[in-house]
Design a binder for this molecule. Structure first.
Ligand code: DAH
Length: 342
C-alpha cells in the first residue's frame, strides 16, 4: 500500500520492517512511531486532518491484517516475556531496583502473631504451624461433627474439586497436635500447644468480618483440668496481650468439639463503640470450651483419665482492639498509610 504523506510512508516502511524482525508481532501495534502519527493529527490544520487521519487508520489496518495473516500461517506462539520490568536495567529503561530492606517492615498481623506466640511460650505452650489446605476429616470428623450434621453448615467452607478444604478454623489442627504431643502425658507433662493460622470463610465482608483472617488455636490437656483452668489461662493471656486487665465475658454456646462450649468476648473500649447498646459493648473474640470426650478419643487419648480445654481466637479482632482500628478491611487493603503506622 502506498501512502501520499511522507511521514506516514516513512513510518509504514519502518513498521513493515519491524513486523518482519520482531518475534511478538503485536508489539508493532504499540510502537511509539505509530502513536506519534496519531498524535500528529491534532496538530494539523483542520482541512488536512481528515485525510491524514484516514491514512493513519489505513496503516494500522494494514499492520493488523498482516499480523493476522502471519499468525495464521505460523505454528509457534509468540514468546512471552517473563522478565520482571526491573530486570531490564539498560539505561533507557532504568527503573528503581528493589527497595532496600531497611525501608520495609513486618505486616502488623505478623508482628502481633509473633507477640502472641511469645506470650504463650512464656506460659509454657509450644507453637505449631497450621496449614492452609486440609481435608474433610480434620475439618469435621475429627472434631465430632457427624456426617450430615447441621453444624457443618455453620462453617461456610471453600472446597476444591478434589474435596480438599480451605480450613474455616484452626481447630483442624487439634487432632494432630494431641497425637503429636500425647507422649507428654506419659511423662506427667501436659499437652500445651498454640497454633496460629490463616482461615477462610464464605463471609459477607464488613467492618468486623473478613473472608480470610487469622486465628490462634490453643489446646491444653492433662489430668484434672477444669473450666476454672480455662478461664484463668485465657484471662492471664488477655491481660498480658493488652497490657491491662480487661473485662471479659464467657457465655454458653455450642460447638460440636467442646462440652461445655463458650463464646469469649472482651469489653470494647468506648472509643470503638458505635452506640451504647449491650451488643456494641462486647466484641466476640472466638470460642472455647472443654474438649469433647469424642475428640480426645479420636486423638487416641482416654477421656476417663484426661480432660482438657481448647480455644480459637481471631487475631485481627484482638489487634483491632489493642490499636483502636475500626475496620478489619484495613489489614488486607495494602494501604501504606495504614501499614506505616506499625
Ligand atoms: N473453631 C471455632 C471457630 O472458629 C472456635 C473454637 C471454639 C475453637 C471452641 C476451639 C474451641 O478450640 O474449643 O468458630
Amino acid at each position: 500500500m502506498e501512502y501520499q504523506n511522507a511521514d506516514i510512508a516513512r513510518i509504514a516502511q519502518e513498521l513493515r520492517q519491524k513486523l518482519a524482525d520482531v518475534p511478538d508481532k503485536r508489539t508493532v501495534l504499540r510502537d511509539p512511531a505509530l502513536k506519534s502519527l496519531y498524535e500528529q493529527i491534532k496538530t494539523l490544520p483542520s482541512e488536512e486532518r481528515g485525510a491524514f487521519g484516514k491514512a493513519v487508520n489505513r496503516l494500522k489496518e494494514e499492520l493488523e491484517d498482516e499480523i493476522a495473516s502471519l499468525q495464521a500461517s505460523s505454528t509457534s506462539l509468540p514468546p512471552i516475556d517473563i522478565t520482571a520490568p526491573w530486570d531490564d536495567n539498560t539505561p533507557a529503561n532504568k527503573r528503581p531496583g528493589f527497595l532496600p530492606t531497611t525501608q520495609g517492615s513486618l505486616h502488623p498481623l505478623t508482628q502481633e502473631i509473633e507477640k502472641i506466640c511469645d506470650i504463650y511460650q512464656r506460659m509454657g505452650f509450644v507453637v505449631e504451624e497450621s496449614r492452609e489446605i486440609d481435608d474433610d476429616y480434620h475439618m469435621f470428623a475429627s472434631l465430632n461433627f457427624p456426617e450430615g450434621h447441621p453444624a457443618r453448615d455453620d462453617y461456610d467452607t471453600f472446597m476444591t474439586d478434589e474435596g480438599l478444604v480451605a480450613p474455616a478454623h484452626t481447630s483442624t489442627m487439634q487432632n494432630r497436635v494431641m497425637q503429636k504431643y500425647a507422649k507428654n502425658l506419659d511423662n506427667n507433662a501436659p499437652i500445651a500447644v498454640v497454633i496460629p493460622g490463616r482461615v477462610f470463610r464464605n463471609e459477607d465482608v464488613d467492618a468486623t468480618h473478613e473472608h480470610t483472617f487469622y486465628q490462634v488455636e490453643g489446646v491444653y490437656v492433662d489430668k484434672g483440668i477444669t473450666v476454672g483452668n480455662l478461664v484463668a489461662v485465657l484471662k492471664a493471656y488477655m491481660s498480658e496481650f493488652f497490657g491491662e486487665d480487661l473485662h471479659v465475658k464467657i457465655q454458653p454456646f455450642y460447638f460440636p468439639f467442646t462440652e461445655p462450649s463458650f463464646e469469649f468476648a472482651i469489653e470494647r473500649p468506648e472509643i470503638l463503640r458505635k452506640n451504647n447498646s449491650e451488643e456494641q459493648k462486647w466484641l466476640e473474640l472466638g470460642g472455647c470450651g472443654m474438649i469433647h470426650p469424642n475428640v480426645l478419643k479420636e486423638a487416641g487419648l482416654d477421656p476417663t483419665v484426661y480432660t482438657g480445654f481448647a480455644w480459637g481466637f481471631g487475631v485481627e479482632r484482638m489487634v483491632m482492639m489493642k490499636n483502636g482500628i475500626e475496620d478489619i478491611r484495613h489489614f488486607q487493603s495494602g494501604n501504606l498509610k495504614f501499614l506505616r503506622q506499625f
